[in-house]
Design a protein around this ligand. Sequence first.
Ligand code: TRP
Length: 374
Amino acid sequence: MKKEFKVTPWEVKGEVDYERLIKEFGVSKISEKLLEKIKKHTGELNPMLKRGLFFAHRDLNWILDEYEKGNKFFLYTGRGPSGKVHIGHLIPWIFTKWLQDKFNVELYFQFTDDEKYLFSNKSYKEIQKIMEDNMLDVIALGFNPKKTYFLIDTKHAGLIYKQATRVARKITFSMVKSSFGFKDSNNIGSIFYTSVQAVPAFLPSVLKKKNIPCLIPHAIDQDPHFRLTRDILPKLGYYKPASIQCSFIPPLTGIKGKMSSSGNKETVIYTTDSQKEVERKIKKYAFSGGQSTITEHREKGGNPDIDVSFQYLKIFFEPDNKKLEKIERKYRSGELLTSELKEILIEKINTFLKKHQQEREKAKNKIDKFIFKD
Ligand code: TRP
């Protein structure tokens, strides 16, 4: 029997089967050949590509062909300011920065305060506070301030609204019902919202009065938005946006889910967590692929494939292949204990967060530089 799972932009439930998702969403897997093509331009491959965190795409071949012809793309990604940022959010943004650096391109970063207002019970006041705080995390990652533009849906409404209505006129209620599973009881703002998320994919083309290809790095749950966007934009005379998609960063408690604050806050590592907090959470919650006693572990070894600490090292925190392989080998053989593996991860995360938190402080004076000026 097929296991049930659900992936929409607002809900991820059950054990996600990515192979099935690729088929259901109609996205393409990133092939070895495509990796080679990327490498031609970037010189090296980001571990998130090599190790398969970014695993699917739409029209990435085309975007690279255009780039090779001198038709540069811009990047577009975003954040719905619903709460504090955790390390699961950072990882696709770090990848986006890598793309920005390697291809030397502009990035439009959308903050969807309207979305989070429409899809939650929070007040605009709360959301504005969260959004400003979230911006610090984005800036702290070191995006190029000369090439990065924050679009805030309510602040830049004068610019965005007109374009959103152009998209909205081409989308029917039945299209959003089938794309997102909306019911008659959904508020009417949520039904309109997808047309707002479509706008940054062509806004630069509008502003610069020429067609510019767009590449969207995002987690696969956002694909339904961009599937619609891709249907509509050619009807308005723009390119379909291309995308490069990652799987979810698992919560501490198991590799099958998605790190999410709407679940248990204890199973999430926030960017503002103290070193002690990180240590406590990992020791207490990080799901282990090890055996239940040391004797048994030495005998049978651990299973890194289901071990969350190992998976975090693989996703991001140990970029060095040789070091990662050594950890894997020692863990499988039972030489390395779960507690020792966790120590490695704690040290890596804390080193990363220490720098991130310093940059976050410095970012407080930089917000204005990043906000798009029309
Ligand atoms: N809807 C996204 C969220 O809830 C935010 C977002 C807007 C986004 N535009 C995007 C994410 C483009 C990825 C790419 O977080």
